[in-house]
Design a protein around this ligand. Sequence first.
Ligand SMILES: NC(=O)c1ccc[n+]([C@@H]2O[C@H](COP(=O)([O-])OP(=O)(O)OC[C@H]3O[C@@H](n4cnc5c(N)ncnc54)[C@H](OP(=O)(O)O)[C@@H]3O)[C@@H](O)[C@H]2O)c1
Length: 302
Amino acid sequence: MQQRQMGKNGPKISAIGLGAWPIGGGMGPVEEAEAITTVRSAIDAGITFLDTAQAYRTSEDTLGKALSDGYRERCFLATKVSGRYSRRDIEEAMDNSLRALGVEHVDLYQIHSWNPQYPIAESMEAMLRLQEAGKTRYIGVSNYNAAQMQKALQTGLFHSNQPRYNLFARDIEAQDLPFSGQNGIGILAHSPLAKGLLTDKYRPGHIFPDADERSGFPQFQGEIFNRHIAIANRLGLLAADKGLSLLQLAIAWILRREEVSCVLVGAKSETQVLQYLGAVGAEFSSGELADIDKILLGEADD
Ligand SMILES: NC(=O)c1ccc[n+]([C@@H]2O[C@H](COP(=O)([O-])OP(=O)(O)OC[C@H]3O[C@@H](n4cnc5c(N)ncnc54)[C@H](OP(=O)(O)O)[C@@H]3O)[C@@H](O)[C@H]2O)c1
């Protein structure tokens, strides 16, 4: 597995990471035994960066079980404090996460989102104190834009930001990606498969069950869903010309940016995990990138 540096001065991490939201049940139920196999097969395959969060339902507990038998020492473990960011909230959330995960420390602790109700200086000081106390090796943020990262940097240094970034969600390219690059902050890209739209799995009219978060997302309903599927199909043809599957193209396209330290892909099974591996090392000519842009803009011929 390719290793990349997390930001300018951070540790080396695997270029593909396992996102542990699906094994928490947020995209439909996953049996615990299947979840444990998924995590362990990812680590065995070199996908050693694991990402979870306080808010990911049963994910931290399940990860804790998967990381026994020596797997903890072989991975880079990241979690997040979710929603409330007072000093006390952050300290309590950290202790709860360590307990659920069954570990003494995590490798990266992240503030899950920007919340203007909590002064960023207080939140960042709490994060820095947890780092000093050895409960986390590194600290980071998530879903912050450039202005929010700038404010957080006024209190102290952090190594990573975790924004959504995929072929259908490119809004970070204008300001946030360049800001991260200029300030040595590593990008951990979340939702790289657009939550399944970029996998060649779904056909128009598919209905997601209530227990799956996608049942409530507009891009998975009606005409918008069908339009995304049509674009994904065109991208799939371009991928096939390169000897890649659609999801491998989607991951490789994110890895083309040097600001990206890791692409966090969610998976529900060992089979899904193993399909990621072929994405690493794929490169794009400027002509291919222009063709992708045309497809995304709906300008490509059928
Ligand atoms: N910081 C944040 O606010 C935030 C937000 C979202 C995500 N994240 C992080 O980013 C990670 C990745 O995002 P995500 O899990 O939400 O979405 P994603 O990676 O874009 O999509 C994951 C889903 O795609 C489908 N899939 C995966 N591999 C596949 C394969 N080989 N073939 C066919 N389908 C496949 C699976 O669902 P089905 O099989 O059911 O289709 C899987 O649950 C998360 O797990 C989490 O760690 C962070």
